[in-house]
Design a protein around this ligand. Structure first.
Ligand code: NAD
Length: 498
């Protein structure tokens, strides 16, 4: 189906039946026999239900995943055969892209133009990247005594638990699931209760592509029940998580109190966007600045939510960004004419509204926006909002809002701006605009973040690792480095002396 309004309207009118867990390549009603309502942020209405699983359901899924792993049906399958199944899976996702994207948008409110590219199409690309890599990653022989043959073998870790947030569930999900599966592991996936539907669909397509039963299992429900049971389970070897710092902290505790499983965390950010007066293209910088914080209503982990503008161009640049912000059309994310969709859920909307109130109370200057939109629709929409003259000690400078709110200020010198850039607990991403390449290199060194983008805000591709410094996380998604999270190195030291 091609992307046009008629097809979108057909797909959005479809009823979504109540969803079960997907375990062992089939729908499984939870032992809890409970369900959670799925509320669309587009209009605040319930349009489906998902399983509200219990600890026993998690145990069932993990036990099956372990049994499947131990059987070798996937782990010992020749890599080139695993590759064929993964490539077929990617093709199926791509050929169902619009259907999956519309379902996901009904669940989490991302504007459809962005969802179609960022979700099923990216997921297919990510799966292909790791599928293609499987049979090109070799073990090693170390240079040691001629009496010894020293081998380094790479083995799958076993059962990988994946816990996801509600923003970009397919993209963020496949960043973890694809390398974990490609390496030969079994996976138990716990989507966010706010965005489970598209992941369940995609897991079913894996079964259609020939993935053996028990290799990829999806179990839905509340975080403090399902997520906790997964993260404390003794048969889970690795937890790969994207979400908030507070839950990340709990996962580390769960690991310590269970089997000391490896925990990889992709957490929040408060990313700086630094605009020097010598930026090569200030128009582009202003447009990208607005994009970086207002697309998906600011619910992007690498959103550049703190803007620092060199003093001589402060007011002009601020006005240019404000103009871009006011040209955005916020509304129904399934209407192709709208540029920006809804917030993912009522909590995110309320968090944003409270952050705006606080910023005003603490003395930040409101440049544009600041209000809830389309209340009559029942949906969760918020204006793109810019505050200027913010100070380091204000909440808006320190706390992740994860909404369409930009905090701007001016700076006088490189030294000052690097200090401001580094003064939060986060270190996920950053953006620099300058024509001076020496300065660009200095800034790459000076800024403590996992990614530094220079003269662009485009979101790097799958070849480039994404990971946080400081309290933005540990370990990396994307790139071949991601494999390391899902493999064990085994040393074989073989005496070959006479
Ligand atoms: P969240 O931390 O509230 O939830 C994430 C997942 O954890 C959900 O599936 C939830 O059900 C589960 N969970 C909740 N309580 C749990 C518990 N006690 N034990 C185990 N699991 C539990 O995050 P969210 O609100 O879904 O997502 C937004 C956050 O995600 C933001 O902070 C954002 O910055 C971050 N994020 C980071 C990246 C990145 O790559 N760094 C990408 C996207 C989102």
């Amino acid at each position: 189906m091609i992307l046009n309004q008629e097809n979108i309207d057909i797909l959005r009118s479809k009823l979504v039946p109540k969803q079960s867990n997907f375990i062992g390549n089939k729908d499984v009603i939870p032992l809890s026999e409970k369900e959670l309502e799925v509320i669309s942020p587009i209009d605040g209405k319930v349009f489906s239900t998902i399983a509200a699983s219990c600890t026993e359901d998690v145990d069932h899924a993990v036990t099956l995943a372990r049994k499947t792993f131990n059987s070798g049906v996937w782990a010992d399958m020749p890599p080139k055969e695993r590759k064929i199944i993964l490539l077929k899976w990617a093709d199926l996702i791509e050929s169902n892209a619009l259907r999956i994207a519309v379902l996901g948008v009904r669940d989490n409110g991302t504007e459809i133009n962005m969802a179609i590219k960022g979700e099923p199409k990216t997921a297919a690309d990510v799966i292909r990247f790791y599928a293609e890599a499987i049979d090109k990653i070799n073990g090693e022989i170390t240079p040691t005594s001629h009496e010894v043959l020293s081998l380094i073998q790479k083995e799958p870790v076993g059962v990988v638990g994946v816990i996801l947030p509600w923003n970009f569930p397919l993209m963020v999900g496949t960043w973890k699931i694809a390398p974990a599966l490609a390496a030969g592991n079994s996976v138990v996936l716990k989507p966010s209760e706010e965005a489970s539907l598209s992941l369940i669909e995609v897991a079913k397509l894996a079964a259609d592509a020939g993935m053996p039963s028990g290799v990829l299992n999806v179990i839905t429900g509340e975080g403090h029940i399902v997520g906790q049971a997964l993260a404390t389970h003794m048969e889970v070897d690795v937890i790969a998580f994207t979400g908030s710092g507070s839950i990340g902290r709990k996962l580390l505790e769960y690991s310590a109190h269970s089997n000391m499983k490896r925990v990889y965390l992709e957490l929040g950010g408060k990313s700086p966007n630094i605009v020097f007066a010598d930026a090569p293209d200030l128009d582009r910088a202003a447009r990208d600045t607005a994009q970086s914080i207002f697309r998906n209503s600011g619910q992007v982990c690498v959103s550049a939510s703190r803007l620092m503008i060199e003093e001589p161009i402060y007011e002009d640049f601020l006005n240019a960004v404000a103009q871009h912000a006011s040209s955005l059309v916020v509304g129904d994310p399934l209407n192709l004419k709208n540029t920006t969709g809804s917030m993912a859920n009522i909590n995110q909307l309320e968090k944003t509204i409270n952050a705006v109130v606080k910023a005003k109370e603490q003395g930040a200057r409101l440049v544009t926006g600041g209000r809830r939109l389309h209340r009559e629709s029942g949906g969760y929409y918020h204006e793109p909002t810019i505050f200027a003259d913010v100070k380091s000690e204000m909440d808006i400078s320190q706390q992740e809002i994860f909404g369409p709110v930009l905090a701007a200020r001016s700076f006088k010198s490189e030294e000052q701006v690097y200090n401001i850039a580094n003064e939060t607990i986060y270190g996920l991403s950053s953006v620099i605009w300058t024509s001076n390449m020496s300065r660009a290199h200095r800034s790459i060194k000076a800024i403590r973040s996992g990614t530094v983008q220079v003269n662009c805000y485009s979101g790097a591709d799958i070849t480039s690792p994404l990971g946080g410094h400081k309290q933005s996380g540990s370990g990396h998604d994307r790139s071949l480095h991601a494999f390391n999270k899902y493999i064990n190195l085994k040393s074989a030291w073989i005496n070959i002396g006479s």
